[in-house]
Design a protein. Structure first.
Length: 94
């Protein structure tokens, strides 16, 4: 992560997640995580550097195909995503 959470560095906490190799901010790009090394990186970086050798470019640990997780992009919680259902509320007086 960029910024140091909880260390009192003058409010410079951005909370953005960075690629472990290229240090680019991860937003909506395809992203992968390597389970046994714990590293998260852009899929393009993974395909170029890690996949041919099956070695993590940050830690040097070897991994198998089953250790690679493709991360799914987050969706907005706003009404534009998903199906919106509206119903008319009819209160009953009893």
């Amino acid at each position: 992560r960029e910024g140091k959470r909880g260390r009192g560095d003058g409010g410079n906490e951005t909370g953005r997640v960075l690629c472990a190799v290229s240090h680019k901010t991860l937003t909506t790009q395809p992203t992968v995580a390597i389970k046994n090394s714990g590293q998260v990186m852009l899929k393009s970086v993974f395909d170029e550097l890690a996949k041919p050798t099956m070695t993590c470019p940050v830690t040097g640990k070897r991994f198998k195909e089953k250790d690679v997780l493709e991360l799914i992009k987050g969706r907005s919680g706003y009404a534009a995503s998903g199906e919106v259902v509206a119903r008319k509320y009819n209160p009953t007086l009893t």
